[in-house]
Design a protein around this ligand. Structure first.
Ligand code: ADP
Ligand code: MG
Length: 297
């Protein structure tokens, strides 16, 4: 509990085709505008490096580079790629950033093709086809790869927002990008943040419950948003890499709790592919926990 007076501030803006939002309690003397600028710069940099929608982003450069050619990569991207490959291995491939082409074939993402369906002819194991060199800060592909960071970049962006807040010694904040969120300490009066859990129903926004968090990250992936109809079937933008087809279960959602948002985001996607908690197809790391909801809540 803190006795200092605090002023609550909301700082938000556009990023990654959606919104970021930061709720923070500041000492009255603190310059909220400078903080807002630093937060905006942090997420804008992630977007410029990791967006598949931007042809000149670093991830797009790596995607378009010839096989075997080393490409210089920024530190943050190496971290995200290394984390993605580690989670790919640990989840037995349920999380796989190599799904870019497949996502497009099912009509999602920047390469969306609304007519073609199905999986690409060949399937690579992403962690074998992508080589990273942390010392020289570069990467190269050993085969054609279509990397897609949409299942992990928002979580990383939230962690970058958290870094900005922590570096300034702030201890009472909640930051988010489109539902992926992270809290740094409780509110100044010691109460936790209350987070609404949405019921996974297509086209409706209903609450299924409320959870309270102090210091942790939370991310949700669901089959009930970002989905489209194909032959009367609802398909989601999450791909099961073992089949190359979208996860086509009844509307459901997975909410993951983790120390960092990059972990929460990626594991939410992996557990949605698996479909249950605890997962049937892999052993999750001990630091994460999850709630899986069906339509009935
Ligand atoms: P949201 O963007 O709704 O938060 P997710 O975090 O679950 O959703 O990410 C879904 C996105 O990740 C998809 O749009 C696609 O670009 C990519 N993706 C789809 N399937 C996978 C997968 N199995 N592993 C990694 N990324 C995936
Ligand atoms: Mg995700």
């Amino acid at each position: 509990m803190s006795t200092e007076p605090f002023v609550p501030r909301a700082l938000n803006g556009d990023t990654m085709g959606t919104r970021y939002s930061v709720l923070v309690y500041l000492a009255p003397a603190m310059d909220a505008q400078a903080l807002g600028r630093a937060l905006h710069e942090a997420v804008s940099e992630v977007d410029a490096v990791m967006s598949n929608w931007k042809p000149d982003s670093d991830i797009s450069r790596l995607n378009h580079a010839p096989v075997e050619q080393w490409i210089e990569l920024p530190e943050g991207l190496i971290h995200v790629l290394e984390t993605a490959l580690a989670i790919e291995a640990r989840s037995n491939g349920a999380f796989d950033i190599g799904v870019g082409d497949t996502v497009g074939r099912w009509g999602f993402g920047p390469g969306a093709n609304k007519t073609r369906q199905g999986m690409p002819a060949t399937r690579q194991v992403t962690r074998q086809a992508l080589e990273l060199d942390r010392i020289e800060r570069r990467g190269r592909k050993h085969g054609p790869l279509s990397l897609d960071l949409s299942g992990i970049a928002k979580g990383y962006g939230v962690d970058r927002l958290a870094d900005v807040l922590k570096r300034r010694g702030l201890g009472h904040w909640l930051c988010s990008i489109d539902g992926e969120l992270r809290a740094g300490g409780p509110k100044p009066d010691g109460r936790p943040w209350a987070i609404g859990l949405e019921r996974p129903v297509i086209g409706k926004r209903e609450l299924s419950g409320v959870i309270e968090i102090g210091e942790m990250a939370v991310a949700t992936s669901g089959t009930y948003r970002h989905c489209r109809e194909i032959d009367g079937r609802t398909v989601s933008h999450t791909i099961d890499p073992s089949t190359g087809a979208p996860v086509a279960r009844k509307p459901s959602s997975v909410t993951v709790f983790a120390p960092t948002c990059i972990q929460a985001d990626a594991w939410a996607t992996a557990i949605l592919v698996d479909g249950s908690w605890p997962p049937r197809s892999f052993v999750p790391p001990p630091e994460i926990d999850a709630i899986v909801l069906g339509e009935e809540g």
